[in-house]
Design a protein around this ligand. Structure first.
Ligand code: ADP
Length: 183
């Protein structure tokens, strides 16, 4: 496991399945409709049980735009909350994808602070079905977290990227090494 410290807070990388993470909040790579889907979204809904979809329908009937996130309870998952983030579909890079992906990560970090979460786990948002290039996607995720942990007033102590494949892990490891974490 790779990790770095920023102002006595930590960014960690681990291989695995985010649905088993016993952290305060896990992020989901959702879609705008917030009605479940494939990939990590499907895994989270299966593990959380049907109450998750019921809560999303009740509280967010219109879904949420790309680049934003909303919070729910975690139902049968071991975490307390799920932060449903909507990353962009990769369309070549000229359609604001980088800002939208950064926005998805930052929305989760902001929600985690509102909930006073101390530990948060992220999947590789947009890097599966949505086709975001792995090197760039990893860099944007790590930089968003590093900036947030380097700032004032966050409740977060550990932010962990939970990566499903060795290849994705390796992209995050490179991004972590190349990101400036000095304060
Ligand atoms: P998107 O539609 O945002 O691209 P995907 O779910 O297709 O979302 O993929 C995002 C990343 O999540 C991919 O790297 C995929 O391999 C990974 N992934 C899939 N299932 C899980 C899981 N259970 N835990 C963690 N990561 C997962």
């Amino acid at each position: 496991m790779d990790s770095v410290e920023i102002r006595r807070r930590r960014i960690e990388l681990t291989r695995g399945d985010i649905t088993t993470q016993a952290v305060d909040a896990i992020a989901n790579a959702a879609n705008e409709a917030l009605r479940g889907g494939g990939g990590v979204d499907g895994a989270i809904h299966r593990a959380a049980g049907p109450g998750l979809l019921d809560e999303l329908r009740d509280r967010y009937p219109a879904g949420t735009p790309t680049g934003t996130a909303v919070a729910t309870a975690a139902h049968r998952l071991p975490s307390r909350w799920v932060l449903h983030a909507v990353g962009p579909v990769w369309r070549g890079g000229g359609h604001g994808e980088a800002e939208l992906l950064d926005g998805a990560y930052r929305s989760c970090l902001r929600l985690a602070d509102e909930l006073r979460a101390r530990t948060l786990a992220f999947p590789a948002i947009s890097m599966g079905i949505y086709g975001y290039p792995s090197d760039e996607g990893a860099r944007i995720g790590v930089e968003a977290v590093a900036r947030h942990l380097g700032g004032e007033g966050t409740s977060l102590e550990v932010v962990r990227f939970v990566l499903f494949s060795d290849e994705t892990y390796d992209h995050f490891a490179v991004a972590l090494r190349e990101t400036d974490v000095s304060d």
